[in-house]
Design a protein around this ligand. Structure first.
Ligand code: HEC
Ligand code: HEC
Ligand code: HEC
Length: 476
């Protein structure tokens, strides 16, 4: 994506939407009288997070969505007639969003239509009006989705849809704010696509709603109000702050995929909508999972070094150099390894350089979990930051061995997470780095099952022909 046009569209959509969009001359198919509708549509695009996948300029993404079936690319959805959705009617648009049915093909559920299925008609109309105002980009996407048999038979999705849609049910007993929150969480923001585990057909496991799920080398944590493994200890304001800024001081940091959600979507939401999400998340059933979080003990956390060092890059460099010298007796000690590999970005005491966009890692829930998976994966694979303006974190799987990664993980968990002891071993690191999330049986064996189906049909046909011939023979 081009950073400049991205910046422009961020500006246009996020900040000055009314002024920029109300200019009737720039709205091709929308009459100026409808500009309120267009503004509402621009807001829905944010709240439904279309840009995380289709890009800030809607030209699609060259980064595929990794699914157990293969890699799926998000296409150009600008109003280009040739390369985008310029020929769509509003009805086509509604079918694509709610049913995964594009005019010429069934869509894969990597496009979250199972969630958009519950989108209100007036929101879809507004979104459609707004999409007409997006600059058409006449460019084919570089990459095409090409899934292996039998997933390349797109009409199979009809069967999948029949089982898995609607993907969520409306809860009873919610107040009006929480109902709005439910709509945002389930139908616009589709939080469950990452936070709800999947069943054997890759649909939502509804009994484990929002209780956390693996996501490539990430893990989307439990966000039910369970006190031990979820976010039961967060206040509603904490949730709002996290979704607005991507950070909750000494508690959580939105890196990776969640960083994208915040950067492209939640930070643009109105206060009352973030409040509604928070209120709803407090009202869903608490589910306890086995990945418990050690409660934070602030007395055990490091103190920030004084402000004059924290905000002065040169002073911080000197401070790090001194810390390195005093730790260097054993260059393979966890502390020396941490300072050498991580210290330049996250600081001697984990508070990082707040002015430079590096994550302060003190107290994060991801380093206080029973399972060190999230932390080990971050150290091994690094983080592709969500926006070009944020620095990236490199991965260390090439430069450090499993023993060293384990040592750093333990150092970080005890010294910055405040947990009493941590015994991540090299074997744990190897296991975490080599295990891939389990593929559901049906997906893993779909090719075989499909061929067996074909063979069964051929056999049946053969049998039928044989029987017909025999019958005709007898009739003579
Ligand atoms: C999680 C990623 C994701 C999000 C979020 C998402 N999409 Fe998609 N979208 C996709 C993918 C992937 C495809 C192509 C699926 C396929 O190949 O079957 C797609 C396809 C489409 C299509 C069909 C395009 C065509 O070529 O006919 C439309 C229209 C569309 N998306 C609109 C939207 C809108 C509007 C939003 C926001 C409300 C949105 N998408 C949000 C991933 C996403
Ligand atoms: C694209 C996948 C994805 C989507 C969509 C998504 N999340 Fe997340 N979420 C994650 C990941 C991954 C993390 C872990 C982030 C980290 O540790 O840096 C996370 C972390 C969180 C946390 C912090 C929990 C903790 O214990 O630290 C909260 C709260 C949260 N998400 C809420 C939401 C809400 C609310 C939505 C919908 C508005 C949402 N998420 C949508 C992937 C996602
Ligand atoms: C070049 C700078 C750099 C180095 C070196 C670095 N990091 Fe990071 N780290 C970052 C940035 C930037 C982020 C936030 C990324 C984002 O915003 O998407 C981050 C995020 C994190 C997070 C938060 C993950 C989450 O979202 O829950 C942890 C934990 C972390 N780093 C640990 C480490 C450890 C341990 C090391 C040393 C092995 C290390 N980092 C080395 C830049 C760095």
């Amino acid at each position: 994506m081009k950073p400049f046009s991205m910046m422009l569209s961020v500006l246009a959509i996020g900040i000055t939407s009314s002024a920029a969009m109300a200019d009737g001359a720039s709205l091709p198919k929308v009459s100026p009288a409808n500009s309120d509708l267009v503004n509402q549509g621009a807001y829905i695009a944010r709240a439904a997070d279309c840009m995380s996948c289709h890009g800030e300029d809607y030209t699609g993404s060259n980064t595929p969505i990794a699914t157990p079936m293969g890699e799926i690319y998000s296409p150009n959805i600008t109003p280009s007639k040739r390369y985008g959705i310029g020929n769509y009617t509003e009805k086509d648009f509604k079918n694509a969003l709610q049913k995964g049915r594009a005019p010429n093909r069934m869509l894969y559920p990597a496009m979250p239509y199972p969630s958009y299925n519950g989108m209100a008609d007036e929101d879809i109309s507004a979104l459609f009006a707004y999409m007409q105002t997006v600059p058409a980009v006449n460019e084919a996407s570089e990459n095409k989705t090409d899934l292996p048999f039998p997933f390349n038979i797109r009409s199979l999705m009809l069967g999948w849809n029949a089982i898995n849609i609607p993907s969520t049910a409306k809860r009873t007993g919610l107040n009006e704010t929480q109902q709005r929150g439910e709509y945002l969480v389930n139908n616009l923001e589709h939080c469950g696509t990452c936070h709800t585990p999947r069943n054997s057909t890759m649909g939502f496991d509804k009994s484990m709603y929002l209780s956390g799920a693996p996501l490539g080398s990430w893990h989307a944590p439990n966000i039910t109000p369970d006190k031990d493994s979820g976010i039961g200890s967060w206040s509603e304001q904490d949730i709002v702050t996290y979704l607005r800024t991507g950070e909750l001081d000494q508690r959580a940091y939105a890196g990776g995929p969640m960083g994208e959600v915040v950067a492209h979507s939640t930070r643009y939401l109105k206060d009352e909508d973030l409040g509604a999400i928070a209120s709803y998340l407090k009202a869903v059933p608490a589910i306890q999972t086995d990945d418990k979080i050690t409660q934070i003990d602030t007395a055990r956390l490091p103190r920030p070094i004084n402000a004059s060092i924290t905000h002065d890059l040169i002073a911080q460099k000197d401070y790090l150099a001194r810390a390195k010298t005093s730790a260097s007796n054993d260059s393979n000690s966890p502390k020396a390894l941490y300072l050498a590999a991580c210290g330049s970005c996250h600081g001697v005491s984990g508070y990082a350089q707040p002015d430079a966009g590096y994550a302060p890692i003190v107290g994060l829930s991801s380093i206080r979990r029973d399972k060190p998976n999230a932390l080990v994966n971050v150290i091994a694979h690094g983080i592709d930051s969500a926006t070009n303006t944020r620095p990236k974190m490199p991965g260390f799987s090439e430069d450090l061995d499993s023993e060293q990664i384990a040592g750093i993980a333990n150092y970080v968990r005890v010294n910055f997470g405040g947990i009493e002891n941590s015994d991540v071993s090299a074997a744990d690191v190897d296991r975490i780095m080599t295990t891939k999330p389990d593929q559901p049986f049906l997906i893993k064996n779909a090719g075989l099952l499909a061929w067996l189906g074909v063979i069964a049909v051929v056999l049946l046909l053969g049998l039928l022909v044989w029987w017909l011939i025999r019958r005709m023979g007898r009739a003579h």
